[in-house]
Design a protein around this ligand. Structure first.
Ligand code: GDP
Ligand code: IMO
Ligand code: MG
Length: 431
C-alpha cells in the first residue's frame, strides 16, 4: 500500500499536527522520521488541546501504531513527561514505539545548544534550546549515543564517559562554564532506559513488514522545508532533513514506498527564531495576524513573526518536496482584512528576482500583488462553494501560480473545521 507523507512547506507551525490527526483516522501507522522535541504539533478536539513534541500525532486515535523513527532524536526526559501528560489526558500511549537506532539527546546537548547560541551573540539562530543541533552534531561526528546503547549499561557507561570527558573540556576551556557530573547523568539515563524499555523496537523491520502487509502508513514531517539543513535558509535552519527526501533517510525505506506528498502551508507565513523572511509584515497588520492566529510558539511560547504568503518560497518548497497535493490552513485568520498581499517576486539590490536564492539575505524584500479581502467569518463553512468570492479568488490564484490542486482548506483549529475542496480525491488519498 503506497504511503502518504505530510510535510510543512514554510518555516514550521503550518498545522501539521491538525492535518496528521485528520489523516490518522484512516492510518495504521504514523511515523515521525526526523527532528526531536523541538516540534510542537497541536491538535484541538472540543475543549481539549494536545501538544505533541515527539510522539507522532496519530496517538490521539486509539489503535494507530506510532513510531519515532531512526532519523529522529529522542530526549527521554521530555518524552517520558509527554507520555505522562498524554496518559493523564486519557490517551492510550501503549502503541508508541521508538527506533533503537535513534540518537539520544543528553543534558550536555541542551547545555551546548544554549552556550553555542550565547557565543553567536547577535548572529544567534534562535533555536528552541532543546539540544537538537548538538545531538545531530554528535551523530555525524560518530560519537553519539543511540537508543540501543542506552539499553546496554556497559556500552552506555563507556560512551557516556567518553562524551562527558570531551564535553567537560569544551564547557570549561571554550565556554568557561562549569563541568557536569558523570554519575548523576548515568543514573538518570539508566532509569529512563528502564521506563522506556518496552517501547524500543527494530523500527526498520516493523515498517517494512507493515508495508508488505498492506498497512496504511503515514509519515509526519516536523519543522518544515525552509528550515531544512540542506535546502532551508542556512544557517537559520534546524539540523535535520525536513523535506520529503528525509522520509527515506529517517525511516529506512526506499523511495518507491511513497506515493502522495502532501504539503501544508498557512494562508500566510510565520517564522520563529531569526533569519531572513522576505514577506515579513512589520506593522500593525502583522500584530493583528499574530493575535488572531494565536501565533505564539507551541514549544517555546515565543511570538511568531508574521508575513504575507510567499509564493516564491512556496513554489521552491513544492519543487524540492515533489508535492502533489496542497493543504492550506488558517485561511479564517485572514478574514476582515481590506487587502491581502501575496508575494510573487523578490527585490534584492534594486533587482527583481523570481526564484528562491541560495543566499537569501535579510535585506531581500517581497514584491506583492494585492488581492481584495473578504469580511465574512468563514470558520463555520464546510463547503467550498459557500466561501466568499474573494476568498475563492485567493485560493484560485495560489493553485494557478503553483499549478497544484488544493485538497483541503482548514478554517479553524478544531478537528472538524475543514473544507474538503476535492472530496473524491481526498477520500481516495486518505482511505
Ligand atoms: P504544527 O507544528 O505544524 O503542527 O503547527 P502548530 O500546532 O505549532 O501551530 C498551528 C496552530 O494553529 C495550532 O495552534 C493549531 O491549533 C492552529 N490551527 C491549525 N489550523 C488552523 C486553522 O485553520 N485556523 C486557525 N485559526 N488555527 C489553526
Ligand atoms: P514544528 O514541527 C517552528 C526553529 C527554531 C529555530 C530553528 C533551529 O512545530 O513546526 P532548533 O531548536 O531546531 O535547532 O532551532 O528552527 N524551529 C521551529 N520553528 N516550528 C518548529 O517545529 C520548529 N522547530 C525548530 O525556532 O529558528
Ligand atoms: Mg509547531
Amino acid at each position: 500500500m503506497p504511503s502518504n507523507v505530510i510535510v510543512g512547506l514554510q518555516w514550521g507551525d503550518e498545522g501539521k499536527g491538525k492535518i496528521t490527526d485528520l489523516f490518522s483516522k484512516n492510518s495504521d501507522y504514523v511515523i515521525r522520521y526526523q527532528g526531536g522535541n523541538n516540534s510542537g504539533h497541536s491538535i484541538h478536539i472540543k475543549n481539549r488541546c494536545f501538544i505533541l513534541h515527539l510522539v507522532p500525532s496519530g496517538v490521539v486515535y486509539s489503535g494507530v501504531k506510532c513510531i519515532v523513527g531512526p532519523g529522529a532524536v529522542i530526549d527521554p526526559k521530555s518524552l517520558i513527561q509527554e507520555i505522562q501528560n498524554l496518559e493523564s489526558m486519557g490517551i492510550d500511549t501503549s502503541q508508541v514505539f521508538l527506533a533503537k537506532r535513534a540518537h539520544i539527546t543528553m543534558p550536555y546537548h541542551r547545555l551546548l545548544d544554549q552556550y553555542q547560541e550565547e557565543a553567536l551573540g547577535k548572529q544567534l539562530i534562535g533555536t528552541t534550546h532543546q539540544g537538537i543541533g548538538p545531538t545531530y552534531e554528535d551523530k555525524i561526528s560518530r560519537i553519539g549515543i543511540r537508543a540501543l546503547d542506552l539499553l546496554n549499561s556497559k556500552v552506555f557507561y563507556k560512551k557516556l564517559k567518553y562524551n562527558i570527558n570531551l564535553k567537560n573540556q569544551i564547557f570549561t576551556k571554550i565556554f568557561q562554564k562549569k563541568p557536569i557530573s558523570f554519575h548523576k547523568i548515568y543514573e538518570e539515563y539508566i532509569e529512563y532506559a528502564r521506563i522506556l524499555y518496552n517501547r524500543f523496537i527494530d523500527a526498520i523491520y516493523e515498517i517494512h513488514n507493515a508495508f508488505h502487509n498492506k498497512k496504511k502508513i503515514l509519515f509526519e514531517g516536523a519543522q518544515a522545508m525552509l528550515l531544512d539543513i540542506n535546502y532551508g535558509t542556512y544557517p537559520y535552519v534546524t539540523t535535520s532533513s525536513t523535506s520529503t527526501g528525509g522520509v527515506c533517510i529517517g525511516s529506512g525505506i526506499p523511495p518507491n514506498f511513497l506515493k502522495n506528498f502532501i504539503g501544508i502551508t498557512k494562508a500566510y507565513c510565520t517564522r520563529v527564531g531569526f533569519g531572513p523572511f522576505p514577506s515579513e509584515i512589520e506593522n500593525k497588520i502583522g500584530e493583528l495576524i499574530r493575535e488572531k492566529g494565536n501565533e505564539y510558539g507551541s514549544t517555546t511560547k515565543r511570538p511568531r513573526r508574521c508575513g504575507w504568503l510567499d509564493l516564491i518560497a512556496l513554489k521552491y518548497s513544492c519543487m524540492i518536496n515533489g508535492i502533489n497535493y496542497l493543504i492550506i490552513t488558517k485561511l479564517d485568520v485572514l478574514s476582515d482584512l481590506e487587502i491581502i498581499k501575496i508575494c510573487i517576486k523578490y527585490k534584492y539590490n534594486k533587482k527583481i528576482i523570481q526564484y528562491f536564492p541560495a543566499n537569501l539575505k535579510q535585506n531581500i524584500k517581497g514584491f506583492y500583488i494585492d488581492m481584495p479581502g473578504w469580511k465574512q467569518d468563514i470558520s463555520h463553512i464546510h463547503e467550498y462553494e459557500k466561501l466568499p468570492e474573494n476568498c475563492k479568488k485567493y485560493i484560485n490564484f495560489i493553485e494557478k501560480y503553483l499549478n497544484l490542486e488544493i485538497l483541503l482548506i482548514s478554517v479553524g483549529s478544531e478537528r472538524n473545521q475543514n473544507i474538503i475542496k476535492n472530496k473524491s480525491l481526498f477520500f481516495k488519498i486518505v482511505t
